[in-house]
Design a protein around this ligand. Structure first.
Ligand SMILES: *Cc1c(COP(=O)(O)O)cnc(C)c1O
Length: 226
């Protein structure tokens, strides 16, 4: 975040953080969602703080922007039935909020459990053909995903599936290669992104994952790699 904020400051850019996968994470002691103009969180069921349908949250440290987001969220209305701007129906519904309030109290522990599960995976992959995710020591990683790099992705996916173990590719097509940006970014070359998108594989991760289950996933992978 330091280099990103420095670039933004130099060129007078606004930073909007995509925090959909970083709920509870921090960088040098500061929580994600607190660096830029806005932080955008997702509570989609698959997220590390997930509700049972769709939901999300916008954070900001600017009271004026907070007020504006609140108005936009509610049909552009501050006073009921009086509309000052064109807004949306983006309220967090009550049922989802009730679920999130219960989970929120446990998030610190859940994130710590994800963290220790991830570290166990990484320790077991040491010296293998699987590259575990890198931590630079600058913050708390919440491991919404546990994503490794490997040249043998297809083989591994197949072997895991045979054992009834799910895995997933996040994401197979980089943003600049999506159809929607075909015209905007034609010919743009992002070699690192493109290479990584061919090699990433996300393995099962969640707070309640057991040591035995992690061992099973790792041994299945190491067996197929030979
Ligand atoms: C899930 C996700 C989103 C989208 O969140 P929605 O709640 O579906 O709008 C955006 N960015 C990242 C990185 C995500 O993981």
């Amino acid at each position: 975040m330091d280099p990103i904020m420095a670039i933004a400051k130099k060129h007078k850019l606004k930073v909007i953080e995509d925090c959909a996968q970083s709920f509870g994470g921090d960088y040098k002691g500061k929580m994600t969602g607190g660096f830029g103009e806005f932080g955008c969180f997702s509570f989609f069921p698959s997220k590390n703080l997930g509700c049972y349908g769709d939901g999300g949250m916008v954070t900001t440290n600017d009271p004026e922007l907070a007020e504006r987001v609140k108005v936009l969220r509610n049909h552009g209305s501050k006073v009921r039935y009086y509309h000052s701007v064109i807004g949306y129906n983006s309220r967090l519904d009550e049922i989802q909020a009730a679920i999130l309030r219960v989970k929120l109290k446990r998030m610190k522990r859940f994130n710590e459990m994800r963290n220790s599960n991830a570290h166990l995976y990484s320790k077991m992959f040491e010296g293998s053909g699987v590259t575990p995710p890198f931590e630079d020591g600058n913050g708390m990683h919440v491991y919404h995903q546990y994503t490794v790099k490997t040249r043998d992705r297809e083989k591994i996916i197949e072997a895991l599936a045979k054992e009834g173990i799910a895995s997933a590719i996040y994401y197979p097509v980089p943003l600049h290669k999506q159809d929607v940006y075909k015209n905007d970014y034609q010919g743009l070359s992002l070699p690192v992104t493109e290479k990584v998108s061919q090699e990433v594989l996300s393995l099962p991760i969640f707070p309640e994952l057991t040591e035995e289950e992690i061992k099973k996933v790792v041994s299945t992978i190491l067996t197929v790699l030979g």
